[in-house]
Write a protein that binds this ligand. Structure first.
Ligand code: XBP
Ligand code: MG
Length: 221
C-alpha cells in the first residue's frame, strides 16, 4: 500500500502569497489602519504562520500605543479573508507548474492525496473550486486547515491530524512544502519533505529536506 502525498497550499499548490499580501493591505485600508505591507516586510512577516498571528506580530513590532485587541485583529482578518476570495475570483490564480500533472498521476494510480495547510479553510476553496469544481474536496483523502488544529506550522499539528485521518505511518508519506515552517511541521510529524522553491522562500536553506526543486515539473511525467 503506497502512502499518501500530503500537500501544502500557499506557495506550493499556487503562488498565492502576493494575493494574501494584497488582501491584507486592502483590509488595513477598509479597517482604517494606516499600514501597508510591501514585499520586504512581508517576507519577514511570513516567518509567522497564520494571518491573525501575522497581524499581531506586526502590531507588536511597530506600535507604540496600546496593542490591537483580539476583536480588532479578528475583524481585520475577516475582511482580509473576504478580500482574498474576491481577488481570487476576479483575477484567478493558476496552479504552479507540475501540480496538475502530479495530482492527475497520483489519482490515476489511486494514491491518496491530502492537504495540510495553515491557511483559513475557505481560502483553499477559493483556489481549488475554480480548477476542480465545487466538489473538489471529494478528490482529497483528507483536508486539514488552520481552523482544525490548535497550533499552526511550524508545529506538527496539521500533519499529525492528516496522518490520523488517513491512518498511515508518517514515514510512508511524502509532504510537499515551500517554507521552512512547513518543512519543520512535517519533519516534526515524521513525514519526509520535498521542497518546491517559491517566490518568498526562494533563497532559504532547507536542511533535512529529501530534495529541493524549483518546481514539481522537474519530477517529469
Ligand atoms: C500559509 C500561511 C497563511 C497565509 C495566510 O502557510 O502562513 O497564513 O499566508 O492565511 P503555509 P490566513 O503555506 O505554510 O500553510 O490569513 O488565512 O491565515
Ligand atoms: Mg506554504
Amino acid at each position: 500500500d503506497a502512502g499518501a502525498l500530503i500537500l501544502d497550499v500557499d506557495g506550493t499548490l499556487a503562488e498565492t502569497e502576493e494575493i494574501h499580501r494584497e488582501a491584507f493591505n486592502e483590509a488595513f485600508v477598509a479597517g482604517g489602519i494606516d499600514w501597508h505591507w510591501g514585499r520586504r516586510i512581508y517576507k519577514e512577516l511570513l516567518r509567522v504562520a497564520g494571518g491573525k498571528e501575522r497581524i499581531r506580530a506586526f502590531d507588536q513590532m511597530r506600535r507604540s500605543g496600546p496593542p490591537l485587541s483580539d476583536a480588532v485583529i479578528a475583524k481585520l482578518h475577516r475582511i482580509k479573508t473576504e478580500r482574498f476570495a474576491a481577488i481570487m475570483s476576479e483575477k484567478g490564480c493558476p496552479l504552479r507548474p507540475g501540480i496538475r500533472a502530479l495530482l492527475d498521476a497520483a489519482w490515476a494510480r489511486e494514491q491518496r492525496i491530502a492537504i495540510a495547510t495553515t491557511t483559513t479553510r475557505v481560502n483553499i476553496d477559493a483556489l481549488l473550486a475554480p480548477v476542480f469544481g465545487k466538489e473538489w474536496e471529494a478528490r482529497f483523502a483528507a483536508v486539514v486547515a488552520a481552523d482544525d488544529v490548535a497550533r499552526k506550522k511550524p508545529a506538527p499539528d496539521v500533519y499529525l491530524e492528516v496522518l490520523s485521518q488517513l491512518d498511515l505511518p508518517a514515514a510512508s508519506c511524502v509532504a510537499v512544502e515551500d517554507s521552512g515552517n512547513g518543512l519543520m511541521a512535517a519533519t516534526r510529524a515524521g513525514v519526509p519533505v520535498l521542497i518546491t522553491r517559491s517566490l518568498y522562500f526562494h533563497d532559504d536553506v532547507f536542511d533535512g529536506a529529501l530534495a529541493v526543486l524549483d518546481d514539481l515539473s522537474e519530477l517529469g511525467p
